[in-house]
Design a protein around this ligand. Structure first.
Ligand SMILES: [Fe+2]
Ligand SMILES: [Fe+2]
Length: 479
């Protein structure tokens, strides 16, 4: 079935009504989720009417409807893409066998771990972004933030559904724990590093949704071909929502660049490194934006895990997690005799080494991610070109500032040159925003809540959400 039942407490297209035990488990989890949302979700605005989209179906067209809703009353639901008749496992040692509708016993622990790790990132980002509503540069942006937040909440529901339906008692315990860990908490942090970093300002938010939500896309794309069919169907629908999160990030940064370019042209500023000249007009200089890119990109690369990984080989072999868009790749999908070129540190410099393809699954996913990020850079640089500026933004080298994998033991510049620890620390302000830069960005974070108005550092979007006009009241602030 693909119709969504919105009469139920928990909207779903998985016929929850006919599974009394699961329904009870999810209904028991629901109030805990709401407590979490209210205590660790957006600060303020819980009584405001927000113009949000809610999924009403899982078809490619017309799957969402827009309307005003108070966030705690959002209809978080369980939505799976439709089951494909006769689907078979597309990769690994079980290639060609029918997909699993239940958890295969031998892979239970591996599969639970994949679901828990994915699940943990969803509430984490909501926690990281919880204060941003108070400094939104416009109602349009505030609405986009809240849209991303409620959908990350729904993604948590998606993973909790899998845990509670397929993993019995330990699944229920994992579902509880997902609400107990907190981003940045000293005692019970979120599982992955990038999800414990602060998101203190809107430039960070746009960078996060550009780079870190894009890691989310890569992970979901590789789970979407999973041999465990319920996971594949869940992640396929999550990808539909993920597109908007990356749109918010990519166009957010683009609008900041646009504003900076306009300030530079209007005021005859020709030196892109003259940050004071740009800052005088309340915009963000390009050099500082490059430094934010360096930070968010490098922190996100760590999310892909070690380039050479037995875990990744095992979950590929088992048919649980494939590569990026696995079914579109033209090879045998088993990789037992293949190699893959992996960047590694050899004799103090970065070299490409042919490595057994199975152990290089993470390296390949990371490469696909980098290609995707390069496309974003092209779009951002187009704005600079349109304004005739002789400057371009770029991704730092993969070896820069890494805490996980091949490059975690070396100090590398943004160009990928390996230097001494001392030199790296001496030069790090060339590559990363200084405290003063970050303070400047924070000083710009004043909320702008008149419909159609934008803060000094960001341009208006090219079009409204769902075709709404420029002065549309995306959030009706509670009195
Ligand atoms: Fe998500
Ligand atoms: Fe997302």
């Amino acid at each position: 079935m693909s119709e969504v039942d919105y009469t139920a407490l928990i909207p779903n297209n998985v016929d929850l009504a006919s599974d009394a035990q699961l329904k009870r488990a999810l209904e028991a989890w629901y109030p805990k989720y709401i407590d979490w949302w209210k205590s660790k979700g957006p600060v303020g605005f819980q009584d405001s009417e927000v113009y949000l989209r809610t999924a009403v179906g899982v078809d490619a067209e017309g799957w969402a409807k827009f309307g005003y809703v108070k966030m705690p009353e959002y209809r978080w639901g369980i939505l799976l893409a439709p089951q494909e008749a006769g689907r078979t496992i597309a990769f690994g040692q079980h290639k060609g066998e029918p997909v699993w509708q239940d958890v295969p016993g031998e892979y239970r622990a591996m599969l639970r771990r994949l679901v828990v790790i994915q699940g943990d990132t969803e509430p984490a980002s909501v926690e990281q972004q919880r204060f941003l509503g108070q400094t939104a540069p416009s109602l349009y942006d505030m609405r986009n933030l809240f849209q991303v937040n409620v959908e990350e909440g729904r993604h948590l529901w998606a993973m909790v559904y899998l845990l509670q339906k397929y993993f019995g008692r330990d699944g229920r315990e994992e579902a509880e724990d997902l609400l107990k860990r907190t981003s940045g908490d000293a005692d019970k942090p979120r599982i992955l590093g990038a999800f414990n970093e602060a998101t203190p300002d809107w430039l960070s938010f746009f960078m996060f949704t550009t780079f870190t939500d894009r890691d989310g896309k890569m992970q979901l794309e590789s789970l979407a071909s999973s041999g465990f069919d319920p996971l594949a169907r869940t992640t396929r629908f999550m990808l539909t929502e993920e597109g908007h999160h990356m749109f918010v990030g990519r166009t957010g940064v683009e609008r900041v660049i646009q504003q900076t370019c306009e300030v530079m042209t209007e005021n005859g500023i020709t030196d892109p490194t003259d940050k004071e000249a740009v800052r005088k007009h309340g915009a963000i200089d390009l050099a500082t934006m490059q430094k934010k890119i360096n930070f968010h990109y490098s922190v996100t690369l760590d999310l892909f895990g070690a380039e050479i990984s037995t875990n990744a080989a095992n979950s590929f072999n088992a048919g649980l997690k494939g590569r990026f868009r696995e079914v579109r790749i033209d090879d045998d999908h088993q990789l037992e005799n293949d190699t893959y070129p992996v960047a590694r540190v050899v004799d103090g410099e970065v070299q490409i080494v042919d490595t057994p393809a199975l152990s290089a699954i993470n390296a390949r996913l990371c490469d696909d991610y980098m290609d995707d990020c390069e496309k974003v850079m092209k779009r951002w640089n187009r704005v600079l070109q349109t304004h005739g500026l002789d400057y371009s933004l770029s991704l730092p080298h993969r070896a820069f500032r890494r805490a996980v994998g091949e490059f975690s033991d070396v100090y590398a510049t943004v160009a990928g040159e390996i230097v001494s620890e001392t030199e790296w620390h001496e030069r790090k302000d060339e590559w990363l925003a200084s405290d003063a830069d970050l303070e400047y960005i924070l000083s710009l974070m004043q909320s702008e809540t008149s419909p159609g108005k934008y803060a000094s550092w960001i341009a208006a979007p090219r079009a409204g959400i769902n075709g709404q006009p420029g002065d549309f009241e995306y959030v009706k602030l509670a009195a």
